[in-house]
Design a protein around this ligand. Structure first.
Ligand SMILES: [Zn+2]
Length: 244
């Protein structure tokens, strides 16, 4: 195949597989075998030998389509379920895996306090649910900075991570993921994770730390995760079941 043919085929491609569509990013390089990987953010990356034809590439992807779809869906399941909240008195909200009831009262000086089994929220307008939400999210964020930071430090003490420097990290509001790890090794954690139990928080942080060593969900990634946290599957299940 000539270079211009490879150039035309390089980039975004799609394979129809039954009712599924597999979008993938194709590139060519001097290599012996075709490699397929599913990135942590769900993208499918295909690296083909320089002389491969598009037909042979599609054929090999079709053979592994079942595996690719499973990987992609497993990834999609790795995210929070978010039932809509109304931010009114009596509603339950979670913090570190426990349920607390909202008690919203009127007052000029806005504040959030955790008292017994209650989130006590003071706000000038009780009916302004957006304002209550903002107050509670700000409280969650302050707690998350401390709690996630402490967990990161603890998880990094594992012998498997001893060569890693303390990673750059930040908290985000994410719709479909508990956490992610960028190509530059920055760990992003979902603000909502602060609502999960400490064991589940540890699982997500450990999962992302493993990505600093294996960027993809490849066999090496799962081997490492199994070693660092042998009961990660149970924690993952708990996290998915708990919702928020
Ligand atoms: Zn991952």
């Amino acid at each position: 195949m000539t270079n211009s043919q490879a150039d035309r085929m390089t980039g975004r491609q799609t394979l129809d597989y039954g009712s599924e569509k597999i979008d993938f990013n194709l590139s060519f390089s001097p290599r012996r075998r075709l490699s397929i990987s599913v990135e942590p953010h769900g993208d499918v990356v295909v690296k083909a030998p320089a002389d491969a034809t598009l037909e042979s590439v599609l054929e090999q992807i079709r053979k592994k389509a079942g595996w690719i779809i499973r990987q992609r869906d497993q990834f999609a399941a790795f995210g929070p379920v978010m039932p809509p909240k109304r931010y009114v008195s009596g509603e339950t909200h979670r913090y570190l895996g426990r349920q607390y009831r909202l008690r919203v009262t009127r007052g000029e000086l806005p504040s959030v306090k955790l008292v017994g089994r209650f989130f006590e929220i003071v706000t000038p307008d009780k009916s302004d649910s957006a304002a209550v939400r903002k107050l509670l999210d700000a409280w969650y964020r302050r707690r998350a900075l401390k709690v996630f930071g402490d967990h990161l430090e603890r998880c990094l003490r594992s012998t498997y991570f001893r060569k890693l420097a303390f990673p750059e990290w930040s908290i985000r509001q994410m719709k479909r993921r508990w956490g992610s790890c960028t190509k530059d090794g920055v760990i992003l954690l979902n603000l909502q994770l602060i609502q999960a139990s400490p064991r589940c928080i540890e699982y997500v942080i450990t999962h992302e730390l493993c990505h600093l060593i294996h960027h993809n969900h490849n066999a090496g990634f799962f081997r490492l995760l199994d070693r660092v946290m042998p009961d990660w599957r149970e924690r993952k299940r708990k996290l998915e079941m708990a919702g928020t």
